[in-house]
Design a protein around this ligand. Structure first.
Ligand SMILES: CC(C)(COP(=O)(O)OP(=O)(O)OC[C@H]1O[C@@H](n2cnc3c(N)ncnc32)[C@H](O)[C@@H]1OP(=O)(O)O)[C@@H](O)C(=O)NCCC(=O)NCCS
Length: 181
């Protein structure tokens, strides 16, 4: 029998963020096939790409001890989406990005903000990083709001993935004392 291991990375008031594994494939695939959720991404992800996504996150977890994590409702254990911290190349520099994506049924409850703030605290307090970013398409208003609520500010506009992307960032100094959980 194969044992699938997951690790709780962090908890917030209503959420648990845990490492992902192959059993999350059907849940993630459903999200990756939702046109509304994927509106600001270059394309949907099929089953094979979903498996690759999980493998990529497992590799990140092994190599860098950080990745996108599954967001669960702490009380009911219902999976709500994914959020986490991943390495991104921004104009030749390696940066740590906070990412977030929820299934549509979970939108509008403040879960993305709560998960993202949890990641921010985890990055600053546990990973001891000084700066984190979020890469956002300018039209993605909900995502911009989550970034602003984390205390991030728009820093610059870049070209990445053949798209115009705004870089939002926050440094430990500016974040100190300004978080509300
Ligand atoms: C971005 C996303 C995670 C936000 O999830 P959410 O749970 O609705 O976010 P929250 O409830 O924490 O809301 C954050 C803010 O955005 C606002 N918001 C939510 N949807 C919005 C929309 N479509 N347009 C404008 N504002 C929106 C909320 O009202 C809230 O602001 P408020 O507190 O001032 O009212 C969700 O829309 C999603 O999964 N989108 C698809 C994936 C994606 O684009 N991820 C980001 C890639 S950079």
């Amino acid at each position: 029998m194969r044992i699938i291991q997951t690790k709780t990375v962090l908890e917030t008031r209503r959420l648990r963020l845990r490492t992902m594994n192959e059993l999350d494939a059907p849940f993630l695939h459903k999200i990756f096939q939702d046109q509304e959720v994927m509106k600001y991404y270059p394309s949907l992800k099929d089953e094979k790409q979903t498996i690759e996504w999980i493998a990529w996150n497992k590799k990140n977890e092994r190599m860098y001890h950080t990745s996108m994590w599954i967001i669960e409702n702490l009380e009911t254990k219902e999976p709500l989406g994914q959020s986490g911290i991943v390495l991104q190349n921004i104009e030749g520099q390696t940066e740590l990005e906070i990412g977030y994506m929820l299934k549509r049924a979970a939108w509008g409850h403040g879960y993305a903000t709560e998960a993202a703030k949890g990641c921010l605290t985890y990055g600053f307090d546990e990973m001891k990083v000084r700066r984190m970013v979020s890469l956002i398409r300018p039209e993605n208003e909900a995502s911009v709001k989550v970034a602003l609520k984390m205390g991030m500010k728009k820093e610059k506009t870049i070209s990445k993935w053949d798209q115009t992307i705004d870089v939002y960032s926050v440094t430990r100094e500016r974040e100190n004392g300004s978080l509300e959980h």
